[in-house]
Each structure stands twice: as structure tokens, then as C-alpha cells.
Design a protein around this ligand. Structure first.
Ligand code: SF4
Length: 351
């Protein structure tokens, strides 16, 4: 079995394609005023707020307080599909809003901003990907959820980091050869675990790619009893040093389950809100992004997730013109094609 490297160009983003993380400081009075107004509006309009673990902690709290959900992208997709609300507000990045719309075309889906992209999505241009799949018609096309509707429409399966291992294992057991996109690190991890024959696209997450193995080893010496929890979008050398490798949901579960008092965590720092909330007696330390090759962008926080801030959420709910500009629209015929591999994933998980 082999992990085939491709002659594809490297689709990692150049630094100038990545926005800087914005820093918004609101005074406590303003924060509370916005939170209260947002909660009232969500409830009076019967809208469900579906938030990712990486967004602002206040938005995570609002989602839970108003009957929405905070989770990883797999659970967000399921929750949005199954919730009775006819209007969803998705706080995350654009592919998450698109996924919600594809699964529930009859619902209206809004986001605090449509500028919240993802480097994996941007690093998988649909035309180039269509050509890649056409060159390998013998392979089952498996794409990560972090892709556009057009890329999903070219796939046989969509997976998230929660279910990728199980789905690829089952495809391998059926003798299928796989074309994987877009995250090269997650693809290499899955290939190593399953020994499946996988041809890998060459995209990367700008956040997880910054974690550094040497600096992580040094930190472990300072905290020898710490559990190390790593998201599989990280480089292989960082994954190698982990006690648990898994999706954001798997990381949240491991922190509750494991007896350690201290954890070093290699994923977006937005997750620390939930980790600290659920484990008040435990200490959580960010895995290092400093060290060789570090840049001013090595801050363990996704610049696009950071665009989901309270003022943007408030504006999308109270400014009609802005709200109209933040609605997710997916061509119905394209949506139908993209829905098939998503439905396959959700049925696999349910079975
Ligand atoms: S953290 Fe990485 S994978 Fe997640 S949305 Fe940001 S760029 Fe995409």
C-alpha cells in the first residue's frame, strides 16, 4: 500500500493570502448589551445559532443559552439539518454555512460574515480539482468537509475529522483506492493508520500547520505529566508526540475522560473556552507555534474564525441590508449533487 505523492502544485496558501487575526475589545457593558439583544432576537424569531468550538467564547455561550449548539463540523451539520428552526445562523467559516444550506435547502442560513473562509477550502480550487479527479477515474473521491459546494459535488464521500478514519477503513476493506483532498496532513495521518492506497491533494490548514514538534517536546519536559491532545490537521511530527489524536469533539471528550490535571493542546485556541468550562480544575496549555519557521501569524487562532465576533453577529440579526448580504445561497442543482456525499457520510455515522 502506498501514500502516493502527486505532481500537483502545493496548494498551501501564501502568507499574504491569510488575513491577520483581528482583535476586538468591547467593554463589559457593551458585551453584555450585545449578548442580551442577540439572545432576545434569536429567541423571538425562533432562529437557531450553530457555533463551532473555535469561535468567540461569548458566541459559544449564546448558542448554548438559546437552544443552539456548539460543536465540531460534523455535529453542526447534523444539528442544523435536524433542528426545527427555519432560519439558522452559523458561526464558523463559510463551508459550514454552505453545508447547512445543502443539507436543508428549504431553510435560510445566515452567517455573521461571508468573508470567513478556510485555507483548506481556498486551497482546493474546483476547476483544478475537477481535472485531478478526471485524471483518476479509478479512485473513490473522498473530500474533507472543509471544501466548497462545487468540490463536494465532485466527491463520492465527504468526511470530517470525526469520521474520516472509520470511513476510509471501510472503503479500504471494500478494496477501493482513494483520491483524498484537500488536507495533506490529515490525509497522511489517515493513510498511516489505515494503510489505504491514497492519492493526496496538497492543501493545509494555516493554523495547525504552525504547530512545532521540537518546541512541543521541550514543553513536555516542563510538564511531564501533561496529556498531549493533537488535531490531525497538524504536521506528522507533532501528531507523533500526541497521547490522543482526534477531531475537536474527540479532544473535548479526551480532556474530560483522561485523569491528567494538565493538558497541552494542539488545535485552534478557541477550543479552550469549552475545555476550561467543562474542566474547571484542570490546566490547559497551548501547544507551541513558536520555534523554527514561526511567523507573526503563528498564533494558534484561525483568522477567519476570529471574524465571527459579537458585533458582526449582532449586525446580521438587526441590520436587514447586512443580513441579506450574509445569506448563504447555493445553486439548487449543485446543492443536490453536493448533498449526496454528505448524506452518505451522515448515514454511515448513523449506521
Ligand atoms: S482552523 Fe484551519 S481548517 Fe479550521 S477553518 Fe481555520 S483554516 Fe480552516
Amino acid at each position: 500500500m502506498s501514500s502516493n505523492s502527486t505532481s500537483l502544485p502545493d496548494y498551501s496558501l501564501a502568507p499574504e493570502q491569510v488575513p491577520l487575526v483581528g482583535s476586538l475589545t468591547l467593554d463589559d457593558g457593551e458585551r453584555e448589551r450585545l449578548k442580551s439583544r442577540i439572545a432576545d432576537t434569536l429567541q423571538s424569531r425562533g432562529m437557531a445559532l450553530v457555533a463551532h468550538y473555535y469561535v468567540d467564547g461569548d458566541i459559544q455561550d449564546l448558542a448554548e443559552q438559546t437552544g443552539g449548539c456548539v460543536s465540531d463540523s460534523l455535529e453542526m451539520a447534523r444539528f442544523g439539518r435536524d433542528h426545527q428552526a427555519s432560519n439558522l445562523v452559523v458561526a464558523g467559516v463559510r463551508f459550514m454555512g454552505e453545508t447547512a444550506k445543502i443539507l436543508s435547502p428549504e431553510k435560510r442560513v445566515f452567517m455573521p460574515t461571508l468573508e470567513a473562509e478556510c485555507s483548506l477550502d481556498l486551497g482546493c480550487p474546483p476547476d483544478a480539482f475537477a481535472q485531478f479527479t478526471a485524471e483518476h477515474p479509478d479512485r473513490t473521491v473522498v473530500v474533507y468537509a472543509n471544501t466548497s459546494a462545487r468540490v463536494k459535488a465532485l466527491a463520492d464521500w465527504v468526511v470530517t475529522s470525526s469520521c474520516a478514519l472509520d470511513i476510509v477503513s471501510s472503503l479500504k476493506a471494500r478494496g477501493e483506492k482513494i483520491l483524498w483532498a484537500p488536507d495533506k496532513h490529515l490525509g497522511a495521518y489517515i493513510q498511516k493508520q489505515t494503510q489505504a492506497d491514497m492519492l493526496l491533494w496538497s492543501g493545509a490548514c494555516v493554523v495547525h500547520e504552525e504547530f512545532k514538534s521540537k518546541a512541543l517536546d521541550d514543553l513536555r519536559k516542563v510538564y511531564p505529566d501533561a496529556g498531549v491532545l493533537v488535531h490531525p490537521e497538524s504536521p506528522a511530527s507533532v501528531i507523533q508526540g500526541a497521547d490522543v489524536v482526534g477531531s475537536t469533539k474527540a479532544i473535548v471528550d479526551a480532556a474530560q475522560r483522561m485523569p491528567n490535571d494538565t493538558f497541552i493542546v494542539a488545535t485552534d485556541r478557541g477550543i479552550f473556552h469549552k475545555l476550561r468550562q467543562q474542566n474547571p480544575g484542570k490546566t490547559f496549555i497551548e501547544a507551541p507555534t513558536a520555534g523554527d519557521g514561526a511567523t507573526c501569524r503563528s498564533c494558534a487562532h484561525c483568522p477567519w474564525m476570529a471574524m465571527n465576533e459579537l458585533r458582526a453577529l449582532d449586525r446580521v440579526l438587526h441590520d436587514d441590508a447586512y443580513m441579506a448580504s450574509c445569506e448563504i445561497l447555493v445553486d439548487p442543482e449543485l446543492g443536490l449533487r453536493a448533498k449526496q456525499p454528505l448524506d452518505r457520510m451522515l448515514a454511515f455515522q448513523a449506521g
